[in-house]
Design a protein around this ligand. Structure first.
Ligand SMILES: Nc1ncnc2c1ncn2[C@@H]1O[C@H](COP(=O)(O)OP(=O)(O)OP(=O)(O)O)[C@@H](O)[C@H]1O
Length: 268
């Protein structure tokens, strides 16, 4: 996308975004509430009209989506699916019918950890379980490109890990994945690259490990009774080891976390 922009009345939700996402990449879009993440993703999904800019998604302008294009794109929206009387299995089977080469519904239900709930009505599931149904519906059509808008909000820790495995499996099979998330550990675990958006603009872009100069930032060495910041932590640890004549009590060496860098970038 080039120069992507969208305004709602007085609010410039997206203020000129340039971004290239390569086939097979897992790309995370980070940013505070109201930064413009969902608006950007919804434009790419073909669910929202842009005001300006050039966008191509799998070679198609999402402003003019075709049926064939839609079947190649999987979408997990932020809003949960409507709560019908149908069971989990019926819902997933129903959606499988829309796609030419759908996955096996029971296998997908297993992947999202809902096998035990397959015969339950979606309406009767917990919020996190319903979210897993949304994820199942997003992947059932074997999409080439999958959009996930805050996919794990409401998941318990085990469900999040299981979801990460699912995404890593899809990425392994070559699915391109674009996700928004507020969980920086999620971005770090899944994403090849991330972009941080604030007030409708990209403020940083890169690999999670190197974002915002993270890899070259000073390390903090801490031990029982002291701490220091240094460019040469190995030397510092060696000196400490001599000072303590062996083991340094409660020794840790850390660099800024993705969260530290992120909070610096968005100005908190
Ligand atoms: N349909 C709409 N009508 C008017 N304003 C909107 C609409 N949708 C979003 N906005 C505004 O546009 C801005 C960007 O919203 P958007 O939902 O894209 O942010 P976001 O980064 O996805 O936020 P969150 O992390 O809270 O989901 C916000 O100021 C929001 O209030």
């Amino acid at each position: 996308m080039r120069g992507l922009a969208k305004r709602y009345g007085d609010v410039q939700a997206v203020g000129g975004i340039d971004l290239d996402i390569s086939p097979g990449e897992v790309f995370a879009i980070l940013g505070p509430n109201g930064a413009g993440k969902s608006t950007t993703v919804e434009i790419l999904e073909g669910y929202r009209k842009r005001d300006a800019g050039e966008v191509s998604v799998l070679g198609v302008d999402p402003g003019r989506p075709t049926r064939e294009w839609r079947s190649r794109v999987g979408v997990v929206l932020q809003t949960a699916n409507d709560m019908t009387e149908a069971t989990v299995r019926e819902t997933v089977r129903h959606f499988a019918g829309y796609y030419p080469d759908a996955e096996d519904p029971d296998a997908v239900i297993e992947q999202v950890g809902l096998t035990e709930k397959a015969g339950k009505r979606v309406r009767e599931l917990s919020g996190g379980q319903r979210r897993r149904v949304d994820v199942a519906l997003g992947v059932i059509g074997r999409p080439e490109l999958l959009f996930l808008d805050e996919p794990t909000t409401g998941f318990d820790p085990e469900a999040r890990r299981r979801f990460w495995d699912l995404i890593q499996g899809l990425a392994h099979r070559g699915t391109t994945i674009v996700l928004t998330t507020h969980y920086l550990d999620e971005a770090e675990a899944l994403a090849d690259r991330v972009a941080v958006i604030a007030k409708g603009r990209i403020v940083a872009e890169g690999e999670p490990a190197t974002l915002g100069g993270r890899a070259t930032a000073k390390a903090t060495v801490r031990w029982a009774g002291g701490s220091l910041e240094t460019d040469t932590p190995t030397r510092a640890v060696r000196e400490l080891s001599e000072r303590f004549d062996g083991e340094v009590p409660e020794l840790t060496v850390t660099r800024p976390s993705l969260e530290d860098v992120y909070l610096g970038l968005i100005g908190d």
